[in-house]
Design a protein around this ligand. Structure first.
Ligand SMILES: Cc1ncc(COP(=O)(O)O)c(C=O)c1O
Length: 425
């Protein structure tokens, strides 16, 4: 076997992997049609027909409802806005606690903070990286108001049991499905499994519109509140005769007509974009799963994984190579592998220093908050082990990636693991 690239040998791969580009003539045509109208957004923050947005925004919402089999789809300008609106619609406020994953994009947790609530971090499952029902149970207090469940990397969380816990404690569940459009749990789409679900249409996602998000719910009242929060609700509640105005101070979370037109075309392609991800991931899993110390993604029974990212668990004790050396060796071979995902959120300065809004530490220091929160290193041991020791991932399972590309990945693993002695400390 040839010398490792990290030691000066020839890399397995010298050219970059194909880029992910799903924008075709349909999206271009759709954008041109919007440009021809001269109206790029058609929202008005008044109690009028245009409070609900322009024709393409409304068309996308009806299409999304139909596709995902939900009563309401509410478009927004990002999943971040979608999560914020969902927490607002749930009536969360200062003094409340919201249980959330520490292993996710940061907005899943800041959604609680922006409404003055305290994020409480539950630990994740080592196989699917989503928060577990057991760890959620341990986090529940009399202040808990909601749970934000993240379907991380494209694998749906153990939602049925989580919904059962929520029912027992009268909690609202928000499913962050930003990374999992097209994933399924028992034949139901990820994102539709909780009280509200939030999808992302940012440029990294399986389907995208540059930026954008969609919130789904089967609850008419929540849908109404989401639409008010999206678009300056405080101006409209009087005309609408809305009684419960808690958290209805609105924002501008409105999607443009251009984004909606692109998203409509992307939605039509969703299945065609998810299936190649699964095929590529299944191939890698079959080939990489044979190497000692490499655990491919686990897929629970009755789940279809969306493979936003292809995430492996690495066991340095078995390979004898420290994780950072192994990943550096893969990078040198031309394979874009990354170690760890995101630092556990509670270790961000906002939580460590308890500084969010104003210099006095609101909401952590809010006198109406009677709970006691702990953000110390060690509170979520599985998350920390996954992040600091085991997780390695690559964004290499998507439409446009061929067998030869995947064979290069396998070839690099094989080459490094059979030359392991070169990398052992
Ligand atoms: C799990 C998760 N939640 C929320 C978001 C926020 O999405 P957006 O960029 O659309 O605001 C992301 C984006 O990466 C995400 O991965």
């Amino acid at each position: 076997m040839s010398k490792l690239a990290i030691s000066g040998g020839q890399p397995v791969r010298v050219h970059p992997f194909p880029i992910y580009n799903t924008i075709g003539s349909e999206e271009k045509q759709a954008v041109l049609e919007v440009l021809d109208t001269g109206v790029l957004s058609q929202f008005l923050g008044t109690a009028s027909k245009e409070f609900y947005g322009g024709p393409r925004v409304q068309k996308l919402e009806r299409e999304w409802e139909e596709y995902f089999g939900v009563r309401h789809a509410v478009t927004v300008n990002s999943a971040t806005s979608g999560l914020y609106a969902a927490v607002g619609a749930a009536g969360v406020g200062p003094g409340d606690e919201v249980i959330v994953s520490p292993y996710t994009m940061t907005a899943s947790a800041t959604a609680a903070l922006v409404y003055g609530a305290i994020p409480i971090f539950a630990d994740i499952d080592a196989d699917i990286f989503c928060i577990t029902p057991e760890s959620i149970r341990k986090c529940i207090t009399s202040y808990t108001k909601a749970i934000i469940v993240v379907d991380l990397f494209g694998h749906p969380a153990d939602i049925d049991e989580i919904m059962q816990i929520a029912c027992e404690h009268n909690l609202v569940v928000i499913e962050d499905a930003a990374q999992s459009p097209g994933a399924l749990s028992c034949g139901r789409y990820a994102g539709t499994l909780a009280d509200m679900g939030v999808f992302s249409l940012n440029r990294h996602k399986t389907i995208h519109a540059g930026e954008g998000g969609v919130i789904v719910t089967n609850d008419d009242d929540l849908a109404d509140r989401l639409r008010l929060i999206r678009n300056h609700g405080e101006v409209v509640v009087k005309d609408k005769g809305t009684q419960n105005i808690v958290n209805l101070i609105g924002f501008n979370y409105r999607m443009t007509e251009i984004e909606a037109a692109i998203a409509s075309e992307q939605l039509k392609k969703l299945e065609k974009l998810v299936v190649p991800r699964i095929e590529a991931a299944d191939y890698l899993t079959e080939r990489l799963g044979v190497f000692p110390g490499i655990t491919p993604p686990v897929v629970c029974q009755n789940v279809r994984h969306g493979y936003y990212l292809y995430v492996l668990r690495y066991d340095a004790a078995q390979t004898g190579i420290p994780r950072n050396r192994f990943v550096a060796a893969l990078n040198a071979e031309g394979i874009p592998m990354v170690e760890g995902y995101v630092e556990p959120i509670y270790l961000e300065p906002v939580y460590q220093k308890r500084i969010a809004f104003g210099k006095d530490g609101f909401p952590f220091t809010y006198p109406g908050y009677k709970g006691k929160v702990n953000y110390d290193l060690g509170i979520c041991p599985v998350t920390e082990r996954m992040h600091y020791e085991e997780v390695i991932f690559a964004n290499i399972c998507y439409a446009g990636i061929g067998r030869r590309d995947l064979d290069d990945v396998v070839g690099a693993f094989e080459k490094i693991l059979s030359n392991a002695h070169e990398l052992r400390p």
